[in-house]
Design a protein around this ligand. Structure first.
Ligand SMILES: Cc1ncc(COP(=O)(O)O)c(C=O)c1O
Length: 438
């Protein structure tokens, strides 16, 4: 069997989930790496095997650091850095890094069959795997480079006439608002920004504010599932309210996917755009667009003149980054081996710990809402007298702590986004640095 055949066989081997620890990765030789890491596990019970694939890593049994130490060992982060900016860019574990490398090797050694093998993985494993994770069908999911691209496609694709109105909130990311601005300039639609307080206290507060802004001209509502600052929106309630009024409901899921389980059918929205390189830890440059099958009559492709409801052609055309996309198989294996419920609980545990520590610092005001309306992983807070933008390099210089600012929603806030791989010790370090400057 030649190297490409072996590679293709490994891509499709439904029994193998392999992984390498950080040390194992650093020692990895090309022969060990090629293709092995695309094996597709069937779910949490497969666990994550180590090294040669013989050693299973048992899914964590609790939320404490000790239970997650083996998972943490899968990451390549330079020792000494406390990485708490996952909401900007997730940190892929060594298995995903290795999958990307193996994919590039495959198309470099033998482009024809290497590309075919990667395409097969994408079609037969990645798309069905993503569809299963989000409770939809493969045909409703298109791979994109990121959430921004998907948000453009869903907004540009919505049937709107001049004068039609779209409601957005004051908490959108530019990626969520700029496509509507394009349509305003090009198609003469109206954008109305609905003020949502930061934080808000209940689901119904948001539903009420959106509902009361609806006018005769409103045709759609568009908002984040989780905002950049970590506020959690009631997608299901908003989608249901929108549909009762005949409006389309389009969602920005960039900050939501990977933090907690999501069933897109249950949420009921018409379109959902997401990044895979944030909380799901996929390779940078990956995302997806979901268009609900029944929404194809009002959301259309931006690409194909001959699209039909049965062949909607939402996929961005042309040559794709096959190695990145095929490595999403490994991302799915990794996340499924742990389980999104466990990830949700672990992230919530860490952010609760952070909030407890911060609440002991007098000049700190926590701006994240109660658990029902805040995501598990991101926390925002102001430190009196501390400019948030200046705080970012300062935290890095003083403690090698990587965070981000959140000078939005009326705040001069710091954003700390902790994922399951962070530890209490890292949070203590962050709080110590803050204490020393506050
Ligand atoms: C709420 C929200 N939407 C969209 C985006 C854009 O994501 P991407 O850079 O993956 O396109 C971000 C990025 O931080 C975000 O926070």
């Amino acid at each position: 069997m030649n190297a490409i055949d072996k590679f293709a066989r490994n891509l499709l081997d439904t029994e193998t989930v392999t992984s390498v620890s950080r040390r194992g990765f650093l020692k990895t030789s090309a022969t060990v790496a090629t293709g092995m890491l695309y094996g597709c596990g069937t779910g949490a019970e497969d666990g994550i095997k180590q090294g040669t694939g013989q050693v299973r890593l048992t899914p964590p049994t609790g939320v404490e650091d000790e239970a997650w130490a083996d998972i943490r060992a899968q990451f390549l982060l330079d020792p000494g850095i406390a990485y708490m900016n996952n909401a900007s860019l997730g940190m892929p574990p060594s298995q995903i890094v290795e999958s990307v490398r193996a994919g590039y090797e495959a198309i470099s050694r033998e482009p024809l069959h290497g590309k075919q093998a990667l395409q097969t993985t994408i079609t037969e494993k990645v798309l069905p795997g993503l569809a299963t994770l989000f409770g939809v069908t493969s045909g409703e999911i298109s791979l994109t480079r990121n959430a921004t691209e998907a948000l453009h496609l869903q907004s540009v694709g919505l049937d709107l006439a001049p004068g039609d109105e779209v409601l957005v909130t004051t908490q959108e990311h530019p990626a969520g608002i700029r496509p509507w601005m394009l349509r305003e300039a090009r198609d003469g639609i109206r954008i109305t920004e609905v003020f949502i307080p930061s934080p808000f206290q209940t689901d119904m507060e948001v539903v009420g504010l959106m509902e009361s802004a609806i006018t005769d001209r409103t045709k759609a509502i568009s908002f984040c599932h989780v905002t950049r600052g970590g506020h959690l929106y009631p997608v299901k309630k908003l989608a249901s309210m929108a549909h009762e009024r005949g409006l389309a409901c389009l969602v920005d899921g960039a900050q939501a996917v990977g933090q907690f389980p999501i069933d897109l059918v249950d949420l009921g929205c018409d379109a959902y755009s997401a990044s895979l390189h944030k909380w799901l830890l996929g390779p940078a440059g990956t995302g997806f667009l979901y268009i609900r099958r029944s929404a194809r009559n009002r959301i259309k492709t931006a690409f194909a003149p001959d699209a039909t409801p049965d062949a909607p052609a939402f996929d961005p055309p042309g040559t794709a980054d096959f190695p990145l996309r095929a490595a999403l198989m490994t991302m799915l294996n990794f996340v499924n081996a742990i389980g999104l419920e466990r990830i949700d609980a672990r992230c919530r545990y860490l952010s609760n710990y952070l909030k407890d520590q911060l609440s002991e610092l007098a000049p700190v005001t926590i701006l994240s809402g109660p658990p029902e309306v805040s995501c598990p992983g991101s926390t925002i807070f102001e430190v009196s007298g501390l400019d948030a933008i200046a705080a970012v390099p300062m935290m890095e210089q003083r403690g090698r702590v990587h965070i981000d600012e959140h000078q939005r929603d009326g705040h001069d806030a710091i954003r700390v986004s902790t994922h399951f791989y962070n530890t209490r010790a890292e949070i203590d370090r962050l709080v110590d640095v803050l204490r020393s400057v506050a």
